[in-house]
Design a protein around this ligand. Structure first.
Ligand code: SF4
Length: 445
């Protein structure tokens, strides 16, 4: 069967998926395959799937059709969360040749070599047999890297399928992560985004070793020492796992940026209980206060779900007013989406879809106000901006450490460089304009 040729990748979902696609791509390269872009004819297509919402499933089917349009003979492989959750459903789709689960996805090259050109092959073991950990990182557009530090989750939030798709909480060794961080720096990348499923639960070993070898705080301290790493961003962390010692460390670190993305999900303690979240809103409020006390300019992003079963208008308004009063910077709003095999999917009092949409709209409106207020609070400050590498309709964008998005006229010499700037005003599109204060603080390749 196929042992070399061209291969194209398409990744759906989270930063963790992107980091894993990169690791899989490196294994193809090592086997002699040549990577091509997904909108080209390829011998092999690998789609790394997501299943966090209904739309993610639908998106997969569209991408399969897209691949077959470019090469109807292409050998199509599905990996990732949707592949682990519903392997037979994917295998039944026209054009899908191989479906690999969470344990098997990193051995795609071998499975393709063994694949017999008959019906679609499925290799996905039961999720409770998924215990191995494979380190990964992805270098997106050469500006920043997504570094996987943890996988799986031991929590049982009633709306979530991730534990069913990725298995138990487990993580890499400190040594391995530091080695990968050095590899990333050697490739000229100065910003790393720590990613995983429940990274605050870092430290649980492979093969079900329940005891924490190390803590997230240990990891943070080790990474802070990596020479040449200008910035480290924590992608998302559970409020009950974001300890004061980590907040204090980030506050004094020159490497960790003052940007926290913390899932809240609801501002109503009744709904938090029904979601089986491990905190009440008072703890969330306290976390925000702890961060702002140590880092008044910190950026705080919030995940929130609207329309969870049983969420009344009163519960929703509790969430709205709670968020309105909190000193946070932006929201990621998710209308509740029933997921198979989750407890919430069979809960009573489902909220009508149009009400979910209306509530999402209200919170997205609030998010715009919060982001604007946060950006206004940063005008006049001097910040170091890491510029991206894409020409966006004649402009180049960049981010400050506290996640303020800036723009200026396209200038290729700015790509992947860090410059000190003074933030001057908010443009009509909501991005921030600035004046340069100094030449490049550090040039990246
Ligand atoms: S913490 Fe909850 S929402 Fe997050 S991955 Fe685990 S089960 Fe899902």
């Amino acid at each position: 069967m196929q042992t070399s040729g061209t291969v194209a990748f398409y990744t759906l979902g989270c930063k963790l998926n992107f980091s894993e696609t990169s690791t899989i791509a490196r294994s193809f390269k090592a086997a002699g395959y040549v990577e091509t872009s997904f909108d080209n004819p390829a011998d092999v297509y690998v789609i790394n799937t997501c299943s966090v919402t209904e739309n993610a499933d639908k998106k997969f089917k569209t991408i399969v059709k897209q691949a077959l349009k470019y090469n109807p003979e292409g050998f199509l492989v599905a990996v990732g969360c949707y592949a682990q959750l519903k392997p037979e459903e994917l295998a039944a789709l026209d054009g899908v040749d191989l479906v690999l689960g969470a344990n098997e996805k990193f051995n795609v090259v071998d499975f393709i070599a063994d694949a017999k050109a008959t019906t679609a092959a499925v290799h996905a073991c039961a999720i409770d047999a998924v215990e191995q950990y494979v380190g990964s990182y992805a270098i997106g557009e050469r500006t920043r890297a997504f570094l996987k530090v943890q996988d799986g989750c031991d929590y049982k939030c009633t709306y979530c399928t991730i534990p069913l798709a990725r298995g138990i909480s487990r993580s890499d060794t400190l040594e391995n992560i530091v080695r990968q961080a050095n590899e990333i720096v050697d490739q000229g990348i100065r910003e790393v985004v720590l990613t995983g499923v429940n990274i605050g639960d870092f430290g649980k070993g492979e093969f079900g070793a329940k005891k924490h070898e190390h803590t997230f705080y240990d990891l943070v301290q080790e990474l802070d020492k990596v020479p040449g790493l200008a910035r480290i961003r924590i992608s998302s962390i559970e409020p009950n796992l974001l300890r004061q010692e980590v907040i204090d460390f980030v506050a004094k670190s020159t490497c960790f940026v003052p940007h926290f993305h913390i899932p809240l999900q609801s501002g109503s303690n009744d709904i938090l209980a029904a979601m089986r979240r491990r905190y009440q809103r008072e703890l969330y409020e306290k976390r925000v206060a702890q961060i702002k006390d140590r880092m008044p300019n910190a950026c705080i992003g919030v995940d929130v779900i609207v329309g969870f079963p049983g969420e009344t208008e009163a519960h929703f308004l509790e969430t709205y007013h709670f968020l309105q009063a909190l000193d946070i910077s932006y929201l990621h709003v998710f209308p509740y989406s029933e997921r198979t095999n989750t407890l919430a999917a069979s809960m009573s009092n489902p909220v009508p879809k149009e009400v979910r949409t209306k509530r999402s709209k209200m919170l997205r409106g609030l998010s715009l106000k919060k982001r604007r207020a946060f950006y206004e609070s940063q005008l006049g400050t001097t910040q170091e901006v890491l510029f991206e590498s894409e020409n966006k309709q004649g402009f180049i964008h960049g981010f400050t450490p506290n996640y303020v998005k800036v723009k200026t006229f396209w200038n290729p010499t700015l790509c992947n460089t860090i410059h000190r700037v003074n933030l001057t005003k908010i443009a009509a599109d909501g991005l921030v304009e600035f004046k340069f204060v100094t030449e490049a603080v550090s040039t990246l390749i």
